[in-house]
Design a protein around this ligand. Structure first.
Ligand SMILES: Nc1ncnc2c1ncn2[C@@H]1O[C@H](COP(=O)(O)OP(=O)(O)O)[C@@H](O)[C@H]1O
Ligand SMILES: [Mg+2]
Length: 381
């Protein structure tokens, strides 16, 4: 379900294993619809063609969470196999529900509260100080749905514009983020799990720009992050990939959010690991043995190719970037738009700074030299 770049890269991983992938796409030109064995036009609701699509599949999986859990549940009851299950997707699509579950598990999370009115936010800020973070309960991604409010007026403005768009919002403590990282685990229905090496993620304006593996965090924190990923996967009965985003603030690890599907933070694994996140996701949902997540090089850097107002379509400049022989380029074949993820590049090597330099060189060449080097960590839309 869904035909973006995550589905496209899943199709690419399916081919060597002889798996046929049918995609449910909004449009015939969607990224994965261009490469899948077959495409059904529709979306993740019964009203938009989910049932006939799902019924022809052995197992149905997701490349996003914007689906009707009620409808997925109904098809599950009728015998259609969804992995992850509707119960898992219900948590993955709802940041409030995630916070509540993580709190029950005793995981370190920022303080949070309902924000049905600006009075709720004022009260929260009295206890935890301004600024605060306001977050959409549903539907946020790439920083859309995350706002910083420095005072009462800003909170009021955000609540009112979110309310006009029909978005429910909650409030959470603003953390002085030093860095961000992510951990991916993959789980089979019977419970076996594998964990990928923790990856440092460089976020700017709520969008992930760069991945660095292995993480440069102290070992104690990377071990904690991996254990946390496995714990959440088990608690939610995840089947397939689970990505957990973490903050490092005040010298400790905080759990941010999860995705129960292949995730941008795992793109390094395509060339960087023995088994990519996409292949392991397929193995898991088919209940096949999981592959090794071991790194195949000492360092891996992945840089996202993001559209900007003045950047070129990376497809035009592709041969320029391919003149750098170490660089692996992935283009998602999407129409460029500012802030849109259009592709990524990955470089493996023995020297971390060198892999970064080459990866950024490739991205500059692809975007016509306008991509900014992103070394800032943190930042909120
Ligand atoms: N409580 C917080 N304190 C400070 N920054 C935050 C907080 N929550 C989110 N952010 C910043 O906003 C980014 C996007 O938030 P996130 O909840 O991951 O939403 P999205 O679904 O858009 O990825 C994070 O990667 C982080 O940089
Ligand atoms: Mg996020």
């Amino acid at each position: 379900m869904g035909a973006g770049q995550l589905a496209r890269m899943t199709v690419e991983a399916a081919s060597p294993l002889g798996i046929r992938v049918h995609v449910l796409a909004e449009h015939a030109g969607d990224s994965a619809a261009r490469v899948a064995a077959s495409t059904t036009l529709g979306a993740g609701t019964l009203a938009r063609g989910l049932a006939p699509f799902a019924q022809r599949c052995d197992v149905v999986t997701f490349d996003h969470e914007l689906v009707s859990v009620v409808d997925v549940r109904q098809l599950e009851a009728a015998g259609v196999r969804f992995w992850p299950s509707a119960d898992t997707v219900a948590v993955a699509q709802n940041k409030w529900e995630q916070r509540t579950r993580f709190q029950q598990l005793g995981l370190p999370i920022p303080a949070f509260a309902a924000a049905d009115s600006v009075t709720d936010v004022d009260r929260f800020a009295e206890r935890h100080a301004w600024p605060v973070i306001l977050k959409a309960v549903l539907g946020g991604y790439d920083g859309r749905g995350v706002w910083i409010a420095r005072d009462h007026d800003e909170a009021e403005q955000t609540l009112s514009s979110a309310g006009q768009r029909g978005m429910r919002v909650f409030v959470e403590q603003f953390l002085p983020i030093e860095r961000e990282c992510a951990g991916l685990v993959c789980r089979r229905p019977r419970g076996d799990t594998v964990a990928y090496p923790i990856v440092d993620t460089v976020q700017k304006d709520g969008i992930c720009h760069e991945l660095a593996v292995p993480s440069s965090l102290p070992r104690q924190l990377t071990v904690q992050a991996q254990h946390t990923g496995t714990l959440i996967a088990e608690h939610l009965g995840v089947v397939g990939i689970l990505a957990v985003e973490f903050f490092v603030a005040n010298g400790q690890l905080w759990v941010n959010e999860i995705a129960a599907r292949p995730h941008n933070s795992g793109h390094f694994s395509i060339e960087g690991c023995v088994t990519s996140q996409f292949e392991n996701h397929l193995r898991a949902i088919l209940d096949w043995p999981l592959g090794s997540t071991e790194l195949v090089a000492p360092y891996v850097t992945t840089v996202n190719i993001l559209g900007s107002a003045d950047s070129a379509d990376p497809r035009v400049n592709l041969p320029l970037a391919l003149s750098l022989p170490q660089v692996k380029v992935h283009l998602y074949v999407k129409k460029p738009r500012p802030g849109r993820k259009l592709g990524h590049v990955t470089v493996l090597g023995d020297d971390r700074p060198q892999t970064r330099v080459v990866a950024w060189q490739a991205v500059h060449l692809l975007t016509g030299g306008s991509a900014e080097d992103s070394t800032e960590v943190g930042g909120v839309a």
